[in-house]
Design a protein around this ligand. Structure first.
Ligand code: NAI
Length: 336
């Protein structure tokens, strides 16, 4: 196996705890890797960098193409622009891909959930263009460009085809936001009609879509949507399969990819050593497949599937009392 160089961003809150546990699982699975550890978020300022997204961190991701990232904290209603938003824009990581599936041993209301959320990652209301028009009146601009809408639609169809998925559902609100969501919808429809007519395709207004998700999540396959909807629906879908501790994610661009779980820095449990590392372990598994080391990825999956099926070692979010490290150790023990 060739040695891989991967940028590791521990992040804030539970970030260092779950990245450390994940690193141990990845090493035990046998990936040959040099980790280039660099900060982002509040951690960067604490380490003396002059920005929450240091140029050195960005340059390393550009150079090595792949990063595994813990969550970072974003101040609410004030302060700096989200590090995640900056990172996705600066590296043009236009596709957030988040697989959501039922896991044997994780008891939820649903079985057989197996869907992929593909979220446009660079535009929409996340453009951060906000203005105070006059005192007491503020606006936020939703941006949709035909190029970005077409790019994410083509990505979703290509992704679905490669993975032998059957259906793409676009969530939208083009009945109200006729221009922006209209652009998103028309771009997706055009890619379907012109390039992928053999995939089943449906358009669903997002409010009804959310109802369908909680009624019959197993009817959904690949979900395509713009930035903000993708953010909200990701957490909703995480709730269908056991919560934020079990949903991985990735941010993919043409030149680089940053792998991070859906969850945030979880300040309510940070520093206690009880966060579930599984979401980041699954994220690392995605990353390992991305770099072509499929046997290592499969080994990790075999390990955590066995731990979950066995049920003896679980973190608090899954109804157990294991620590982050105990859960990681259990995965390592089951990898064989
Ligand atoms: P959150 O995802 O951090 O936490 C929501 C709830 O889920 C909390 O009760 C938390 O304890 C629980 N949770 C999350 N991950 C868990 C895990 N691995 N194991 C067990 N329980 C887990 O969302 P919240 O509270 O809305 O945001 C906290 C901070 O994280 C904010 O500053 C937000 O901006 C940031 N954030 C960062 C993200 C990133 O860096 N990719 C993504 C989402 C939020």
């Amino acid at each position: 196996m060739a040695k891989h160089t991967i940028v590791l961003i521990p992040g804030d809150g539970i970030g260092p705890e779950v990245t450390n546990a994940t690193k141990r699982v990845v090493s035990a699975a046998g990936l040959s890797v040099d980790w280039v550890e660099l900060p982002a978020g509040a951690a960067a300022i604490e380490q003396g960098f002059d920005s929450v997204l240091p140029e050195r961190t960005l340059a390393a991701i550009r150079a090595h193409k792949v990063a595994l990232k813990g969550p970072v904290t974003t101040p609410v209603g004030k302060g700096f622009t989200s590090v995640n938003v900056q990172l996705r824009k600066k590296l043009n990581l236009y596709a957030a891909v988040r697989p959501v599936r039922s896991l044997a041993g994780v008891k939820t209301r649903y079985e057989n959930v197996d869907m992929i959320i593909v979220r446009e990652n660079t535009e929409g209301l996340y453009s951060g263009i906000e203005n105070e028009v006059v005192p007491g009146v503020v606006t936020s601009m939703k941006v949709a460009s035909e190029a970005a809408c077409t790019r994410i639609a083509r990505y979703a169809f290509r992704y679905a085809t490669k993975r032998k998925r059957k259906k793409i559902t676009v969530f939208h609100k083009a009945n109200i936001m006729k221009l922006t969501d209209g652009m998103f919808l028309n771009s997706a429809r055009k890619i379907y009609e012109d390039e992928y007519p053999n995939i089943e395709y449906e358009e669903v207004i997002i409010d009804a879509g959310c109802m369908k998700l909680v009624q019959n999540p197993d009817r959904m396959d690949v979900l395509l949507m713009e930035n903000l909807y993708g953010d909200l629906v990701s957490d909703l879908c995480a709730g269908l399969v056991g919560g934020l501790g079990v949903v991985p994610g990735s941010n993919i661009g043409d030149d680089a990819a940053v792998f991070e779980a859906v969850h945030g820095s979880a300040p309510d449990i940070a520093g206690k050593g009880i966060a579930n590392p599984l979401a980041l372990v699954m994220t690392a598994e995605m990353m390992i497949h991305h770099i072509g080391e499929h046997a290592v990825g499969d080994k990790i999956r075999k390990g955590y599937d066995a731990v979950l099926a066995d049920g003896a070692v679980k973190t608090k979010d899954l109804g157990g009392s294991a620590t982050t490290d105990q859960f990681a150790d259990a995965i390592i023990a089951k990898m064989g």
